[in-house]
Design a binder for this molecule. Sequence first.
Ligand code: ARG
Length: 590
Amino acid sequence: MSIIASHLTALVEVAARRAGLAGEGVVIEPCMPTKDPTHGDYQSNAAFRLCKGTAYKSEQAVALLKEHFPQDPAVARVEIAGKGFLNLTLADEWLAEDVTARSRDERLGAPEPGAGKTLVIDYSSPNIAKRMHVGHLRSTLIGGAFDRIFRFLGWTVIADNHLGDWGTPYGKLMVAWKEWRNDAAYREDPIGELDRLYRWFGERAKEDPTLLERARQETVRLQNREPATLALWKEFVERTMVELRSIYDRLGCRFDVFLGESAYADDLGPLLAELEAKGFAEHSKGGLIVRFEEKDGKGLSEQPLLVRKADGAALYSTTDLATIRHRVQTWSPARAIYVVDARQSLHFRQVFAAARKVGLAPAGLELVHVGFGILRLPDGGIVTSRSASRGAAEERGEQSVNLVDVLDTAAQRAFAVVTEKNPELPEAERRQIAEVVGVGTIKYFDLSQNPQSDITFDWDRALSLDGGSAVYLQYAYARMHSILRKAGVADKLPDVPISVAHPSERALAVLVARTPEVILAAAEAYRPNLLADHLEALVQAVGRFYESCPVLRDDVPQDLRERRLSLVHTVAHTLRIGLSLLGIGVVPRM
Ligand code: ARG
């Protein structure tokens, strides 16, 4: 089993060589799936590029490709379309075997292009002593999907949660804690109280600037690791971690390390000294900056990166540079991806360019910022993670929303939907289904859209039974499972290949066969929504299959029934794995 598109592209390449069209270094355009089955299953437009610089027109080049196309068990028909397209139709028998084999494999026969390579994913990364809000949720969901997808593709993934847990915010918080804390409120809801104190500090400091000076001194005490200050900071960190872990558990997220900003605090001084000594950084207005040239990145020559402020303090960017060094030394990754609000894109462009310039990032390390848009709430509230500075969103009057509330609401609404559909199921089971559906609802709403887009949460769409929602896909899974149960094969599958005789069966098989290439494309484009779209198409195709191909009806001959059951199993298997890569669970009945 391989990636079908790549297999077909390799065949086109053989044809091109045989036809004398492909010399040294000629690029063969990859075969692409067709939208319309009357154009075959895959299409090659290689002829257009191959005829360049030859005496042939594209029509002639494509005719040569067809003439020299090698015999291959995967391909039943090779046809010319338009002025140079080659339409390729897979052979039914080959397709049935290929897909049946994939359905017996937990990896769907996918390749492992990441084998032997390490990927660091920096995601979620909320701030200590603050409520994690929907902005960090996007990073958590998108980053979590990458974690699963890249591991599926063979990468060794290090999921690193770069908590915001150091620096001036904690100095401010400590002043607020000493001045205004409400112990009862803290016992009841520690993070809520810390969150309130931090905001309250912001309010008060507007009127009383001496508070800022006190906060600065607290920050210095923290940085000097004075025991009482450090103990209080640890208390804040531990409290926050309790809450975070419960959210990560609920969302089914995992991290290999939690190396927050504090983990690098001691590296900053030496790093800055080194940058200065080696001439990588220069003085400007009392601070220290790394300057860029235009070749380091568009517009960067005008936007040097500040790495030390005039008051001597290091910054978010300094920590990110130290973090890159640590990651390189510890894991030698081939790639590091940062799943962070798109509003931090300049920050990452500067940090990456600086890391290259000063030799912290070796040439073999690819650094990628996967930015995402804003998630708005239906009532107009904007919720994002920290952009320029902590608290900036609140200063702009943007509303933040408690993530646990969002999850609870999703589970409640899912419970109502499940109860309406299945009043006969015991309540405990309906609750358990509701949790899987509820968490899936939030995940799918986000992951089924392009990460770059700003999105507005919409309960009707998120819970729609007609498509575009987790529940639509989960329901389709449960229905397939119920067919398999009724036939008594849910646990033990008949050992027969799938049926591809009917066009709606064949269409399903082709979609299943394409799944690994879709997963690969989703990883390459950093777009989990490509996988979501594919799963949606798969479920729509099952709908068409049910319309034309009875499975359990009495008049269906035994062998056809078994082959159709095998197909249903295959699709359920693919849907389950696809959803699991998005971090979404399925239930056998709902
Ligand atoms: N804690 C930051 C925030 O809430 C996100 C950190 C992202 N990761 C990084 N390496 N800068 O905005």
